[in-house]
Design a protein around this ligand. Sequence first.
Ligand SMILES: Cc1cc2nc3c(=O)[nH]c(=O)nc-3n(C[C@H](O)[C@H](O)[C@H](O)COP(=O)(O)OP(=O)(O)OC[C@H]3O[C@@H](n4cnc5c(N)ncnc54)[C@H](O)[C@@H]3O)c2cc1C
Length: 475
Amino acid sequence: MTEILTPDICVIGGGPGGLSAAAAAAAFGVSTVLVEHGKMGGDCLNTGCVPSKALLAAARRAELMRNADKFGVTIQSVGVNFAKVRDHVQGVVAAVAPADSVERFTGLGVRVIQASARFQDRKTIIAGDIEIRARRFVLATGSAPSIPAIRGIDEGPYLTTDSIFELKGRPEHLVIIGGGSAGLELAQAFRRLGSSVTVLEAAQPLAQDDPECAAIVIDRLEREGVVIHRDVNVIAVTHAGATVTTTIETAGTEQTITGSHLLVAAGRKPAIDELNLAAARIRHDHSGIVVNRKLKTSNRRVYAIGDCAAGQLKLTHAANYQAGLVIRNALFRLPVRVSNDAVPWVTFTEPELAHTGLTEAQARARRMKIRIARWPYHDNDRAQTERETHGHIKVITTRKGTIVGASIVGVQAGELIGMWALAISQRLNIRALTGVVLPYPTLGELGKRVAIDFFAPGLTSPWVRRIIAWMRIFG
Ligand SMILES: Cc1cc2nc3c(=O)[nH]c(=O)nc-3n(C[C@H](O)[C@H](O)[C@H](O)COP(=O)(O)OP(=O)(O)OC[C@H]3O[C@@H](n4cnc5c(N)ncnc54)[C@H](O)[C@@H]3O)c2cc1C
């Protein structure tokens, strides 16, 4: 070994979880080492959130132009230059990259080592020719696309989210295995950019979401021309020249679908194989590194956060949140307990689908006595001015009105869900939203209107009816 380091904190993985942990530790002035073997920024910056949202933004522009005539704006024809779309996507990644760079983290006081990390024993990690014996380790090695065992799939090329943003030309017909968030976001993006798109989903698309909200997204995608096959079993893949054929089976009937490109977006597996976890006696299984409510592993020196931790939400903001918890616990021994009760998740299709807290199904499974309030985008004036009237907000409360969950499907749902995450984390009663004064006309008013509607039955009481009658008589 050329060097032996003994930092307070050693973080493995320079994705959102690892970067947040390293930045927080360095901000408290403790010696911090970060080991990253690939690109800084992890999946989120390089192959996940950022490029996918940039691609969706390009696709949205194309769709807005196609529909501009309903605003009285005429556009002769909409052209998509796929090479330039790719440049735009790469340009956005490059614009965000400095915030996650080696230079920035070195400037924050973090020692960044660009190598692959693996445990040598319970207390030591080897990264290249450096030995690291840290007081605490934080594992944030993320995840990788999971490839289902389908006959023939490996006998030719297929895309994953690791490679799709590098495509130089637009796929003629993109066949996507997987109808979760990532699969459907990419389905809509490529369809709007001019590809034919077929989605093959083993169960129901967006199965983790409220079905009535998910149905609105799925309906929109289908109306835009995305073909979605549900409850299908993909039994074989055949590569032939420039085509790829999938054989699917639904209710005992076989069918083939031939496309130009195959994208596998069928879930992710934890990226833990290189870590040599056995040497550190860290328990793990196929779903990731086993952690307790403090995000500690079976080795008391080691925490795991983000996509590599079993049972945690696989989202950038969840990894960031967990990083904050482990740094508080590791540095200050503060009692922490991971809670996903109010962590939102968003599918960035159009309409967007956002959720936080319990879904109706989860609340009913817990035998909670709940009330449900809904308010449609159609009755929101800003939605009307934008001609974005599809969708609704659905709020789940206890009988007494404590907010326990919210789903929003519609334009900017991802921006609107934050208020509900706050409401749930603060255990607010929906009554709190009835009195807030919001700017008009904004989509934010949807939240106030659903709250007022929650109390609407009270407006039919005889007492209230009498007041309304008086008001009518006396003006
Ligand atoms: C297409 C797509 C779209 C997505 N969109 C969103 C979205 O809109 N919003 C959202 O919240 N989430 C989104 N996600 C999920 C999000 O990207 C992940 O949840 C997030 O990146 C997880 O962060 P992480 O730090 O746990 O891991 P990662 O971002 O995967 O980072 C892990 C890092 O560890 C490094 N590493 C691994 N092993 C080692 C080792 N042995 N030694 C050294 N380094 C190692 C890797 O190179 C990598 O850089 C999306 C994911 C995909 C695929």
